[in-house]
Design a protein around this ligand. Structure first.
Ligand code: WTA
Length: 696
């Protein structure tokens, strides 16, 4: 079996229908070439929304001063922090804190310095302190792991990887459920200088196979199965199919398999053993519980993470050791106002960047207790998150707007049953949060006492780049507010790349960019630096380009409008149109396909696909099901289109370019603002499509 159920980072299965939470105040018009028609509309009028003040004016003033200084002297700011926050094996030279720039794409932080991230995340903390509280699919399945225990176990895993031939610099692919062994395998790689590539366990075997191939990964670590809402997900079977899918048949040397319910070396393996499979629990138990941490040069690779781009195959973004570790640690501490005894819960999956930075690296580098969660917010019922907050006395809780919108549907009672008084900070990430959801989170969950931090960032940025800071900068519903320290955020005119000056009302609209390097930024795409430069640095020379459009208000607060490229954001998951389109075209019936996002009350966006059939094929309910299955097989169930429209042709220019802009307008019902359609080869297709979508 290759397909698994809808498997979202934060929410698990989403019901198909929902109340509408789209705010009544809309964002207002923009002339930008965005695809923001496909996102939930945001309010941006500061006169409508109350601003929730910072605790003291002086704290806010201090932020302004420190932020300005961090921009003016980045080497001074980050150099001092790097020495305070991290333990270095070999200190970096103060003259080499930052080298290179965004124009050349040769950024280096702390080069010459050496450190080990696993050592920093584990060994140096109090061995008796809890490093992790893990809660499995069933609420009574709880594990508590101290720093001492985790240090030893990570060492054993590191020795096991070495025993199977893993060397410094090699890529280890990890395809695992959200169990502690996932975090520990990541840290074990970091300990020996191997580069982990975690592939979200909702991706199909085909998608996993192409990522194994692209990263040239000889070792794959998985588990026999995972559990989500009592559903068993046969991960090992998916890995078997993936290994078959890898083009280079000799590439994968070993598949190392954790058992979700390991019962000791005498037990029988709960899966079929292939010749290159190794039972990880048995191998690990045999290892010495100490593995010397490999000193890594600050710019050596820590991990890669595949993420969707506008075109082509997903990119393997490369994060390096020193800069990423510092940025993950510093943002966790600052944005979440982290104190030493906090129980920090980020309920994202480690298959995405949020899980990397805020389940594993950020909290552990700070010596806090991280909470890891395997299940969904609605299993066994919709009170699950709040029940966990009460039982574990969680102090920070970090989730996505899609989960908040889902839980809002169940009403306040499901929250009010629980004692949430331990909570201090509530975080949101992944997509713009509509003010209604923001207010519900603030009032119903936070009892108007917690700070909501709306954290804007990306796989590429390593950590938060725009966010409010508890007690320091004001919050504003629907806005991620102000840039983080060291982030020189600018709004650029997409037409000419100039910095947009505030208009007569103090507002600026354009695309979001950063003018200066920061330590957490991804340095390259694995094996393809040209692509990295083309996507992020060349569109606006001298700037890092985020791909998002933004409105900045008169107080400097940022409102993210949406992607300006062909990336769709479904339940906070980045999905590239190209991946879904190629999965549709892989079906023999489909000649051409175009995929766009359309607003969805819960998921933010859902996928609408337009397919042109080959001669001899006709539309039928069976065909539509097969097409959806193709997307599930080739990419993953979470990318399955909600709407498929079979069309005699697609809206193309005379030169054959598909005009997705028109398709987006049609699926959003904005047919009175289609713009110029005279450049289409066949303008009459527009009416046909409007009629077809209307009938769906
Ligand atoms: C979107 C997730 C508005 C944005 C950490 C970005 C957001 C993309 C926010 C990156 C936010 C993330 N407000 N939009 N607070 N956070 N986004 O790489 O479009 O999975 O470019 O990283 O999510 O998604 P990624």
């Amino acid at each position: 079996m290759r397909v698994i159920g809808l498997f979202c980072a934060f929410v698990g299965s989403l019901p198909a229908t929902a109340n509408s939470f789209v705010p009544s105040t809309s964002h207002g018009s923009t002339n930008l070439p965005t695809n923001n028609e496909g996102t939930i509309k945001m309010t941006s009028d500061s006169n409508i929304e109350p601003v929730y003040a910072a605790k003291t004016v002086s704290a806010f003033d201090k932020y302004k001063k420190e932020h300005a200084q961090s921009i003016k002297s980045p080497s001074k700011y980050w150099g001092k922090l790097a020495r305070e926050v991290l333990d270095w094996e070999v200190p970096f030279d103060s003259h080499r804190v930052l080298q290179g720039d965004l124009t050349n794409g040769d950024v280096r932080w702390f080069s010459g310095g050496k450190l080990n991230v696993a050592y920093n995340a584990l060994d140096r903390h109090d061995p008796k302190k809890l490093a992790m509280i893990w809660e499995g699919d069933e609420p009574d399945d709880v594990r508590r792991i101290t720093y001492g225990e985790m240090t030893n176990k990570v060492s054993q895993i590191a020795n096991a990887l070495k025993a199977k031939g893993v060397k410094k610099g090699q890529v280890v692919t990890i395809y695992m459920p959200m169990i502690p062994e996932l975090a520990m395998t990541m840290l074990a790689c970091a300990r020996i200088g191997a580069v982990h590539s975690v592939v979200f366990a909702g991706f199909s075997s085909d998608a996993l196979g192409s990522r194994i191939q692209a990263a040239n990964s000889e070792v794959v670590v998985t588990a026999d199965h995972g559990l989500r809402g009592s559903k068993r997900i046969p991960l090992k079977d998916i890995v078997n199919a993936a290994v078959e899918h890898v083009k280079d048949k000799d590439l994968v040397k070993h598949v190392l398999v954790w058992e979700r319910n390991y019962e000791g070396p005498e037990s029988e393996a709960p899966y079929e053993m292939n010749s290159n499979d190794v039972r990880m629990d048995i191998l690990v138990d045999d290892q010495r519980p100490y593995c010397p941490p490999e000193p890594m040069e600050a710019e050596e690779n820590l991990f890669i993470l595949y993420t969707s781009g506008s075109t082509g195959l997903p990119k393997g973004l490369v994060h390096t050791t020193g800069g990423y570790a510092l940025y993950a640690a510093h943002t966790t501490k600052t944005t979440f106002d982290l104190a030493p005894d906090d129980i920090f819960a980020c309920v994202a999956d480690c298959g995405w960047i949020t899980g990397h930075s805020y389940v594993v690296y950020g909290p552990l580098l700070n010596g806090a207790t991280t909470f890891m969660f395997e299940s969904t917010p609605v299993y066994p019922d919709e009170g699950r998150y709040w029940d966990m907050v009460q039982r574990h006395k969680i102090t920070q809780f970090y989730t996505a707007p899609t989960a908040i919108r889902l839980l809002m549907r169940y009403g306040e009672e499901a929250v009010q049953k629980y004692d949430l008084s331990s909570l201090k900070v509530l975080g949101t990430v992944g997509e713009p949060i509509n003010p209604e959801a923001w207010r519900w989170y603030y009032e119903v969950v936070g009892k108007s006492k917690c700070t909501i931090v709306d954290t804007y960032w990306q796989t590429e940025t390593g950590g938060h780049i725009v966010t409010n800071i508890p007690g320091v900068t004001p919050m504003k519903p629907g806005s991620c507010t102000l840039p983080f320290y060291g982030i020189d955020a600018v709004v650029l005119d997409p037409a000419d790349g100039h910095v947009v000056e505030p208009d007569e009302n103090g507002k600026a609209e354009g695309v979001m960019a950063v003018r200066q390097p920061w330590p957490g930024m991804a340095r390259t795409c694995l094996g393809d630096h040209a692509r990295y430069k083309t996507v992020y640095l060349k569109p606006y020379p001298g700037y890092y380009f985020t791909g998002d459009s933004v409105m900045r208000d008169e107080e400097g607060n940022h409102f993210i409008i949406g992607r300006v490229d062909d990336i769709i954001n479904v339940s906070g998951h980045r999905i590239g149109t190209a991946e879904v389109e190629s999965a549709l075209v892989a079906h023999p019936a489909v000649a051409q396909a175009a995929v766009v996002g359309r607003p969805h009350d819960l998921k933010g966006q859902s996928i609408a696909a337009f397919c042109m059939l080959r001669k001899g094929y006709e539309e039928s309910p069976e065909l539509l099901t097969e097409l959806k299955m193709n997307v599930r097989h080739e990419v993953g169930a979470f990318c399955s289109p909600d709407l498929i429209v079979v069309s005699p042709t697609l809206p193309m220019t005379r030169s054959g370019k598909i005009m997705r802009r028109i398709l987006r307008k049609i699926v959003c019902g904005e047919t009175d603002s289609l713009g110029d359609i005279s450049t289409l080869a066949d303008p009459s297709i527009v009416d046909t499509l409007i009629e077809k979508v209307g009938k769906k």
